[in-house]
Design a protein around this ligand. Structure first.
Ligand code: MYA
Length: 184
């Protein structure tokens, strides 16, 4: 992975452990918001990612490239692939049960991805330090052990729920997730 110092964990960063109450291995994580472009089942042209965790700290998901995801004719748009990386990484920090947002996302495109291809996505954390989480992801074409078509490294930053109240519609999130409080 070609990544910058910004997405490389600093000395002293720690690796996450599965939290108590983490989803059982293989059980679906669900969507953080039904209208999310990445995971929402109510988004008409979204990626409709559905993730599972094998171990409470990493996630896997599948994404089949459709007609709505093209850039060049017959090929996935690079921005859509970056969105898939962003989403699967976001799903893995979701396991930490605190809200995080993307600060930086770096993406390597190793092979074109034709429409109809199923990408097998995996994301994992490489370190945590304060509010910062360092993560990586990959998308393999056709099978979990297929060739790597896209890779990413990211810095996610922990925010409070006021981030969503101030800049967006936190109530829409809360309507679906009652375990978080806005402005506690
Ligand atoms: C159930 C509840 C769930 C809620 C819904 C979940 C939704 C999940 C959605 C999932 C969808 C998928 C995910 C999505 O798509 S999330 C959507 C895309 N991301 C965003 O919209 C984030 C926009 N950015 C911001 O809001 C702010 O900039 C944030 C909050 C990130 C930081 O502003 P804040 O004022 O809070 O903090 P700070 O500026 O003091 O920075 C803190 C530290 O971080 C370092 N830093 C920051 N940025 C960068 C950078 N780019 N490169 C390198 N470093 C960076 C910074 O230097 C500092 O380091 P240090 O000086 O301390 O060493």
């Amino acid at each position: 992975m070609t990544r910058s110092a910004i997405t490389t964990p600093p000395p002293g960063a720690t690796l996450p452990e599965p939290l108590p109450g983490a989803p059982a291995p293989g059980s679906p994580l669900g969507s953080h918001y039904s209208r999310c472009f990445g995971c929402g089942d109510r988004h008409p042209t979204g990626l409709h990612l559905s993730a599972v965790t094998p171990d409470g700290v990493t996630v896997t998901a599948e994404f089949t490239v459709g007609e709505a995801h093209q850039g060049a004719p017959g090929l996935a748009h690079g921005g859509v692939l970056a969105a898939a990386m962003d989403e699967v990484i976001g799903m893995s920090v979701w396991l930490f049960q605190r809200p995080y947002v993307t600060g930086r996302l770096e993406t390597d495109y190793l092979a074109p991805v034709p429409v109809g291809t199923t990408l097998h996505l995996r994301a994992w954390c490489t370190g945590m330090s304060g509010r910062k989480a360092y993560l990586e992801a990959e998308g393999r074409a056709g099978a979990p052990d297929g060739p790597v078509a896209v890779r990413a490294a990211a810095l996610f930053i922990e925010v409070g729920m006021e981030h969503f109240a101030e800049h967006g519609d936190a109530q829409a999130i809360l309507a679906e997730h009652h375990e978080y409080e806005v402005n506690p």
